[in-house]
Design a binder for this molecule. Structure first.
Ligand SMILES: [Fe+2]
Ligand SMILES: [Fe+2]
Length: 303
């Protein structure tokens, strides 16, 4: 059955068991010098300090077993997010192939789609297969809606300049902090391609003329995305709650304070603003500044 177009394809299933297509895919990946690594430790690929957890009282007081469960959840969260971003990337780049205005641009996007397909193949072994369909993560839902947009300028600016630029620094941090050498290598291997994806976005955006309507759509989407960053490390607090049981509002506020949420988010928001420095984006940044979209929330407002 052919289902309705779904460009991000977040819910696209994997093939069931042994399949001819799988064998062709493996040999195609091998011809690009990619053989997916075998994950060794199924628990955490990053330590407590990566998530700012050493200063969190409830984490310090937890048993070793609970601490490793919390770290495992935080770690899986990062891997799943990377998995879905790459999954959406394959479809996004394929869409840009069709929207290209020169053959060189079309060729570039076809190569970029192949980049994202190889990234997806490399990250997939680290994610448990039950977690590879359907997700209620608000960031991924926003991403999926965004990819469906018909306005190429919105796609270029939000997805390729801001999100790919953000991804580049995120993957660099993931690589630096990663405890597993195979996975570290996987993330390091993404960096060059992601830098090219971002730079191409900047080049094409700077050449385009941008309507007021596109600017508005960009500012609105970015305001939603920035708000998710303003809200601090929600997934870390959710991981603690899953292991330690229900947390009261005041407990959560305290955890956000101990996680140093304002610093954590402030750094990220500054990085995001620095990615929006294109001439054509001045009024967009102004609009976002007026909405205080680059200011992190206090611990009290994160809950
Ligand atoms: Fe990628
Ligand atoms: Fe990318």
């Amino acid at each position: 059955m052919i289902s309705k177009p779904n460009i991000a394809g977040l819910d696209l299933p994997h093939l069931d068991g042994e399949d001819k297509l799988d064998r062709v895919l493996s040999s195609a990946l091998k011809s690009r010098d990619i053989s997916p690594p075998f994950p060794l430790s199924p628990s955490s690929y990053w330590d407590a300090s990566y998530f700012n957890l050493p200063n969190v009282r409830i984490f310090q007081d937890a048993t070793e077993e609970e601490q490793s469960q919390i770290l495992g959840l935080c770690s899986q969260g990062l891997l799943e997010e990377a998995y879905f971003i790459e999954k959406a990337g394959v479809g996004y780049m394929a869409k840009m192939v069709l929207l290209a205005e020169t053959i060189e641009e079309r060729m570039l996007y076809a190569l970029f789609s192949a980049d994202e397909a190889t990234h997806l193949a490399q990250i997939t072994p680290f994610v448990s297969i039950e977690e590879t369909v359907a997700t209620d993560n608000p960031f991924l839902r926003l991403l999926a809606d965004l990819v469906e947009t018909q306005d190429k300028i919105v796609l270029l600016f939000v997805l390729q300049i801001v999100l790919e630029g953000w991804g580049l620094s995120h993957y660099r941090n993931l690589a630096q902090g990663c405890l597993n050498s195979d996975l570290k290598e996987v993330f390091t291997g993404f960096l060059q391609a992601e830098a090219r994806h971002h730079a191409t976005g900047v080049t094409l955006f700077d050449r385009a003329s941008i309507s007021a309507q596109s600017k508005d759509a960009i500012a609105q989407t970015l305001a939603l995305f920035l708000q998710m960053i303003q809200m601090g490390p929600q997934s870390v607090v959710a991981a603690i709650e899953r292991v330690k049981g229900h947390l009261s509002r005041s407990q959560k506020v305290r955890i956000f304070a101990e996680l140093d949420t304002e610093n954590h988010s402030g750094t990220r928001l500054n990085l995001l603003r620095s990615l929006m420095r294109s001439e054509g984006a001045k009024t967009i940044v102004q609009q976002l500044e007026e909405r205080k979209a680059f200011q992190p929330f206090s611990p009290d407002n994160c809950v």
